[in-house]
Design a protein. Structure first.
Length: 367
């Protein structure tokens, strides 16, 4: 990299040597403006300036090489969509620079000709190109979000007039830490009920890594389980998993970052987190909650239905007992505190359904 940079400086020095000699010769008239002597003088000036630039720019070359290496590493971590938008910004900047610089290159100054304006045009290209990159890249997330929404609206309008199964595409799903650690997503994938692309971000993987490195045994086990689940999903041929190297430095909380990413990508969030579920509902972001799915698959229980339940412990409320169905659903037995360790026949009085789970309230028939 350093050699290439020094070669570029040598070429710049050679060009500047020719330009400098042309300006000096026009002012002082060293040699005629044609012939072998003029050509030889240009070559000598070019070589002298190239040598001067070669030695004078050695520390600059090291600094530029270091910065370019950092820039290359930073660019390689950026999402492809953001890079494309940044390149489009550069192209637009060059187009504006072309419109501005074309009239300038036709101007000239005494003794200098149009050399000054040519250099000014080069600076304009660099400046407008950089400005186009910065503006486009800074607003790339908003542009991606806008394009995604426009595409989805177009597909919706098309589906209203004509149904074509080949045009159906499943929206991407962003995984949060809780659903990865839970692990039941593997069972859903293996049953082929899940379609589309699964996305896990670098900051979620970092959170899992921190949990896996915890001094607490339970947290460490949960973190390692989450990392194992990611590897199993990655090895599965039933669905595509994408590790997205995208972060929002101005947002600190992982949940807020996930919601922002889902909005930008037009994706759904896969979670078991009750609080994240509620925040996403407020912001209008689609949520896939495995607990909701599990609850919807449980047998429906209606008030008045009878069941047998074993009361195994005391409840939180006054005189309440607690038992569990085979699927883990909690059953609260009214006036069941004295029936602990007994299997009773009971009648369902009410059912409480939430994203955190389902609770069934019953009353013993013989109480």
């Amino acid at each position: 990299m350093k050699r290439i940079i020094r070669l570029v400086f040598i070429l710049i020095g050679a060009v500047l040597g020719i330009v400098a000699f042309g300006i000096a010769n026009a002012a002082l008239g060293f040699v005629p403006n044609s012939g072998k002597l003029f050509l030889l003088a240009n070559v000598i000036a070019s070589v002298v300036f190239a040598i001067v630039f070669y030695f004078a720019t050695d520390p600059i070359s090291k600094h530029v090489a270091t910065n370019l290496s950092r820039f290359e590493k930073k660019i390689s971590k950026l999402p492809a969509a953001n890079l494309v938008i940044g390149v489009i910004g550069i192209i637009l900047g060059f187009l504006i620079a072309t419109l501005v610089s074309n009239p300038l290159t036709k101007l000239s100054l005494p003794f200098m000709g149009n050399s000054f304006f040519v250099l000014l045009s080069i600076l304009l290209y660099i400046g407008f190109g950089y400005l186009g990159w910065k503006l486009a890249f800074k607003n790339s997330d908003d542009l991606i979000s806008l394009l995604t929404r426009s595409r989805q609206e177009g597909e919706t309008e098309k589906s209203d007039t004509f149904f074509d199964r080949t045009n159906l595409t499943a929206s991407p799903k962003v995984l949060d830490t809780s659903v990865i650690i839970d692990g039941r997503i593997l069972d859903i994938i293996n049953t082929d009920f899940l379609e589309g692309e699964l996305i896990v971000t670098e900051f979620v993987l970092e959170e899992l890594q921190h949990i896996a490195d915890s001094s607490d045994d339970l947290k460490r086990e949960r973190g390692r389980r989450g990392l194992d689940v990611i590897n199993q999903i990655k090895d599965s041929n039933k669905i595509k998993l994408t590790v997205l190297n995208k972060d929002y430095k101005n947002i600190k909380e992982v949940d807020a970052k996930l919601l922002k990413l889902a909005m930008d990508l037009g994706a759904k969030v896969f979670t078991n987190d009750y609080n994240l579920n509620k925040v996403a509902d407020v912001q209008g972001i689609p949520i896939l909650n495995i607990n909701d799915l599990a609850n919807s698959l449980k047998p429906v229980v209606i008030p008045g239905e009878k069941m047998e339940i074993e009361v195994i412990k005391k409840g939180k409320g006054k005189n309440q007992g607690v038992g569990y169905l085979e699927d883990g659903t909690m059953v609260v037995v009214e006036d069941g505190q004295d029936l602990i360790e007994q299997t009773i026949k009971a009648k369902v009085t009410s059912v409480l359904q939430t994203s955190a789970g389902r609770m069934i309230f019953v009353r013993a028939e013989d109480v």
